[in-house]
Design a protein around this ligand. Structure first.
Ligand SMILES: Cc1cc2nc3c(=O)[nH]c(=O)nc-3n(C[C@H](O)[C@H](O)[C@H](O)COP(=O)(O)OP(=O)(O)OC[C@H]3O[C@@H](n4cnc5c(N)ncnc54)[C@H](O)[C@@H]3O)c2cc1C
Ligand SMILES: *[C@@H]1O[C@H](CO)[C@@H](O)[C@H](O)[C@H]1NC(C)=O
Ligand SMILES: *[C@@H]1O[C@H](CO)[C@@H](O)[C@H](O)[C@H]1NC(C)=O
Ligand SMILES: *[C@@H]1O[C@H](CO)[C@@H](O)[C@H](O)[C@H]1NC(C)=O
Ligand SMILES: *[C@@H]1O[C@H](CO)[C@@H](O)[C@H](O)[C@H]1NC(C)=O
Ligand SMILES: *[C@@H]1O[C@H](CO)[C@@H](O)[C@H](O)[C@H]1NC(C)=O
Length: 458
């Protein structure tokens, strides 16, 4: 009999993990407290969660690692984004290309990607020749976790059972927690191991806005860019959807955003800071969203260790929640899946795999959390500074001239999943030191040339 495993959380990361384990012959049960998103008719709930994401190399690599054909199917609707489009205050648009050799990130609807992955689970169940089918249990919340030497035991509560008095207990050889930022599995594991844990809110919240399609479903701004209105303390971004619309997100400090609660205040704020975006979104819509929609909090979670013996391990947002400014949360969670599956493939026992995962993954997770937080400043402020643009030009030039030795940070993080996050930071440190020297010598050379010219002319 094959080993039984429960994956808790049918979000993006849990669904991919389920497929990866099923391909390896495990008997997988996927559990989520929410109803199957493909069967919920509640449109308002769906729309509230209609975030779109940037999927890049790390995410795609992991999808392909699990199943190449599956990856092609679930990614068929992506929209390539070749660079940032900076919207300046005076309404100009400036393109800053991401890749040196035509690489791009991709816009995808989070809800749709999740549904595609769940469809793939059904497809696996229909096609699979082996008897290890995947079981999905929706609408059931994991409320407790305990262990004995042979099993991880979880307590499930049926979502329809309002009194919580009908707990079901299920035993598995091991479990994987992919239950998101507010992970209950993480909390349960903390009772058994000495887990370092830190949770920190940043002083920014977000609100989603919507840019409708133009006539005949045309795009009102270029779909192949990630649009940014950088205004330092706050900013607006927009990513394209297939139907010609854009999902736009406002990020700003809590205090400012909360004071924008009346039309008299919202109107002048948007007219002053985002005049061209007002034309795209419509003032009435902006006012409605700021007055009515809940504001999203942004936080980071880090922890260490990630496993309890060979019985339980956490991955995805459950083990590392990051701020969204590098577009890596899901990509990193997918990478967790690839790394863990590869370790399971090559290790003699699951114990060895869990142990090496916990040992080796932490440094990389710490690195991407730091990169994500630092990138707010880059997106909201630096992209319009001429010193930054000068350095970026040099950086790209060196990257093109010496592709083997010089790789800009953005390229390493987004397009080079073969370079671990922590290695990206180490290489970037070295490169920045060299860049400073090059810059200083260039400035020095200009000064000398200027002086020479001046001496000759006098
Ligand atoms: C504004 C914003 C923009 C973002 N942009 C990007 C981007 O561009 N690129 C990118 O890669 N990432 C991005 N992210 C991050 C990305 O959305 C997350 O990293 C990703 O969704 C995490 O997936 P997950 O499966 O780990 O967790 P989740 O998607 O949170 O899924 C967890 C699941 O577990 C279930 N669950 C929770 N508790 C229990 C329980 N006790 N019992 C049973 N089930 C339970 C939940 O119902 C849920 O379905 C962004 C995030 C935000 C907020
Ligand atoms: C739909 O979802 C919203 C948001 O979660 C909730 O407030 C509302 O009650 C739900 N409606 C129904 C009919 O379930
Ligand atoms: C898979 O495990 C479940 C219990 O978790 C069990 O009911 C089912 O029979 C198992 N299926 C196979 C094919 O082993
Ligand atoms: C662990 O729990 C299972 C199920 O409750 C039980 O059958 C088994 O005997 C227990 N094993 C040990 C070693 O206690
Ligand atoms: C939209 O489509 C109609 C009918 O095909 C066409 O007549 C019209 O010119 C189109 N409008 C634009 C802006 O392309
Ligand atoms: C993680 O798993 C390994 C292998 O089972 C074990 O040696 C290690 O102690 C576990 N970590 C914790 C904190 O339980």
């Amino acid at each position: 009999m094959s080993e039984t495993v429960a994956v808790i959380g049918a979000g993006l990361v849990g669904s991919l993990m389920t497929l990866g384990l099923a391909h390896r012959g495990y008997n997988v049960t996927l559990i989520d407290m929410r109803p199957d998103p493909r069967k919920t008719s509640n449109k308002s709930e769906k729309n509230l969660r209609s975030i779109n994401l940037a999927v890049s190399d790390r995410g795609i690599r992991a999808l392909e690692f699990v199943d190449k054909e599956m990856s092609e199917r679930v990614l068929k609707d992506i929209i390539p984004m070749h660079g940032r489009m900076i919207h300046t205050l005076d309404g100009k648009q400036e393109s800053q290309i991401y890749g040196l050799f035509g690489e791009h990130i991709n816009s995808i609807d989070r809800g749709k990607l999740n549904e595609h992955l769940l469809d793939e689970i059904d497809l696996f169940n229909e096609n699979s020749e082996n008897s290890n089918k995947i079981q999905c249990i929706f609408n059931h919340k994991v409320a407790g976790l305990s262990f004995n030497t042979s099993f991880a035991k979880i307590k499930l509560i049926n979502g329809d059972d309002k009194d919580n008095d009908n707990e079901i207990e299920k035993n598995f050889d091991f479990i994987i927690g992919a239950d998101g930022s507010y992970s209950n599995i993480r909390y349960q594991i903390q009772k058994y191991i000495r887990m370092n844990y830190q949770q920190e809110y940043i002083d920014k919240c977000y609100l989603e806005l919507y840019i409708p399609p133009g006539e005949n479903g045309s795009f009102l701004i270029d779909p192949n860019h990630l649009h940014i209105w950088p205004r330092k303390e706050f900013m607006l971004i927009a990513l394209a959807n297939e139907d010609g619309s854009f999902t736009s997100t406002f990020f700003g400090p809590w205090k400012l955003t909360e004071t924008l609660n009346k039309r008299e205040l919202i109107e002048p704020f948007f007219n002053d800071n985002f005049p061209d975006a007002v034309k795209l979104i419509g003032m009435d819509n902006i006012v409605r969203v700021f007055k009515e929609n809940p504001k999203g909090a942004l936080m980071q979670v880090t922890c260490n260790k990630y496993n309890y013996s060979d019985k339980a391990i956490i991955i995805g947002d459950a083990s590392h929640s990051m701020v969204p400014f590098y577009g890596q949360g899901m990509n990193c969670g997918f990478e967790d899946v690839r790394v863990l599956l590869q370790l399971l493939d090559k290790s003699t026992t699951r114990e060895v795999a869990f142990d090496s995962y916990t040992e080796s993954r932490h440094e990389d997770l710490k690195a991407i959390l730091k990169l994500a937080i630092d990138n707010y400043n880059e997106m909201s402020t630096k992209v319009i500074s001429s010193a930054y643009l000068f350095r970026k030009t040099l950086d790209s030039l060196l990257g093109k001239l010496l592709p083997k030795y010089w790789i800009p940070l953005y390229t390493m993080v987004s397009f080079r999943g073969d370079i671990p996050y922590s290695e990206c930071i180490r290489r970037e440190k070295r490169q920045q030191t060299i860049l400073k020297i090059v810059e200083t010598s260039l400035i020095g050379m200009c000064a000398i040339a200027g002086w020479w010219k001046y001496r000759k002319s006098t």
